[in-house]
Design a protein around this ligand. Structure first.
Ligand SMILES: Cc1cc2nc3c(=O)[nH]c(=O)nc-3n(C[C@H](O)[C@H](O)[C@H](O)COP(=O)(O)O)c2cc1C
Length: 403
């Protein structure tokens, strides 16, 4: 599914270094089926050429209210679009927008539109922290503009600070845009709970038993659900990838904590996707102090099974909740996955082989087979985890439409 298929988006670009990232944003919007009208401020043209956006969107780029003696119909331009995104939004642009100015094409479009407006500010961290900017941003928020707060981290110039100021990544802006558009997906407005990453079972206060799960698959599912306009709760154990912006995040340590968090989140969930890799065993007892290193070692550690998250939370699911489980196996993949599906009353099970190159833990790609309610299998080719996430949610949408 392409979330922006046929949707009209006005993409405003203002004069900041982060406009190089807006090139990827324009490309992603166009690739996902949006008709993108790019409006650049004059200053933005000093940073990126209009030709780049024209080539990527296949449409003319606009800057001036009046060009070559003709007035551009900025009212029509503003009204025919279903969403306005301004990325990056400079401090100066934010100030002009907050003051209600209309002295260039982009600010004039803001005044002429009824569409939702999404701003992705980018600036030096001191400019972002200045009271003038804080006042301007809160004024725009009070008018209903959605602002994706900048992230902390290295800014363009090496002598700049590392406080908030850096524009969010195109992926995160896309997720916020999809949520605002309510992309027409059957998941739009639904509550989706996703688990991701590994749980850790303590051996003593400093050591643990765990597995190699990176959280890449679970976070990809969370991002895909956000793009489709769902409200997403991400329950994350140990992960080695950034958390997606725009979802509610619950952090957990042990498998028992994961089961508790899933139980609480299930109360009003429409979809549960269990992409986490819980540790299946834990030490029967955990000493209060660190086990001393010594020539003989600690000896055998007695293990017991951890709670089975799906089985122990089955009674908390509402009857219509669609539940997707993952089966990561090294032997008898499909048989094991199918018995997991029936034993745990899953609607879908996503089976993957941990030993296959390019699939399983830590990779950016996966090769999965999805087993549906009737036991019918669909073997997918090797694809990115983002594409696998979309394939899973396409199946979930299919099930939702049949209910
Ligand atoms: C090299 C350079 C980088 C700049 N980067 C930013 C920036 O990241 N954020 C910002 O708010 N202003 C930045 N500015 C200042 C803006 O370009 C300036 O305020 C301009 O008037 C913004 O115009 P616009 O909002 O119409 O695009 C930068 C200026 C220069 C010369």
């Amino acid at each position: 599914m392409r979330p922006f298929d046929g949707r009209r988006v006005l993409l405003g670009v203002t004069g900041g270094i982060a406009s190089y990232k807006t090139v990827s944003l324009a490309r992603a919007l166009a690739q996902q089926g949006a008709l993108v009208d790019v409006v650049m401020t004059r200053s933005a043209r000093d940073f990126v050429g209009g030709l780049t956006f024209e080539a990527l969107t296949g449409r003319p780029v606009h800057t001036e209210l009046v060009a070559e003696g003709h007035a551009l119909d900025h009212i029509a331009l503003a009204r025919q679009n279903e969403l306005i995104i301004v990325a990056p939004a400079t401090a100066d642009f934010i100030a002009r927008a907050a003051a209600g100015r209309a002295d260039d094409l982009l600010t004039a479009c803001l005044l002429a539109t009824d569409a939702p407006v999404l701003l992705a500010p980018a600036m030096n961290d001191r400019m972002w922290a200045h009271q003038q900017t804080i006042t301007n941003v809160s004024r725009l928020r009070s008018l209903g503009y959605v602002v994706v707060d900048p992230a902390s981290g290295a800014l363009a110039s090496p002598d700049e600070g590392s406080g908030p100021g850096r524009m969010r990544e195109p992926d995160e802006i896309l997720a916020a845009a999809a949520a605002l558009l309510g992309t027409g997906s059957a998941l739009g407005g639904l509550r989706v709970v996703v688990t991701a990453g590994a749980t850790r079972e303590p051996i003593d206060p400093v050591r643990f038993i765990s597995n190699h799960s990176s959280g890449k698959m679970g976070t990809a599912v969370a991002r895909a659900a956000l793009r489709r306009g769902a409200h997403v709760t991400l329950i994350a154990g140990a992960i080695s990838v950034p958390l997606p912006d725009g979802c509610d995040v619950v952090r957990v340590g042990t498998t028992e904590e994961l089961a508790g968090a899933v139980r609480s989140a299930l109360a009003n969930a429409d979809v549960l996707v269990m992409a986490a890799a819980p540790a299946d065993f834990r030490p029967k007892s955990v000493p209060a102090s660190k086990i001393k290193k010594g020539p003989t070692g600690p000896g055998a550690i007695d293990l017991e099974p951890t709670p089975d998250v799906l089985a122990s939370t089955m009674d908390a699911r509402n009857a219509n909740c669609i539940v997707v489980g993952f089966a990561l196996e090294t032997d008898d993949l499909l048989a094991n996955a199918e018995s997991k599906r029936t034993a745990k009353k899953l609607d879908l099970v996503v089976a993957n082989d941990a030993t296959e190159p390019g699939a399983g833990f830590g990779t950016d790609t996966n090769r999965v087979t999805i087993i549906g309610p009737d036991g019918v299998t669909a073997a997918l080719p090797l694809m990115t985890k983002d594409a696998v996430a979309d394939a899973i949610l396409d199946r979930v949408e299919g099930l939702l439409s049949g209910r």
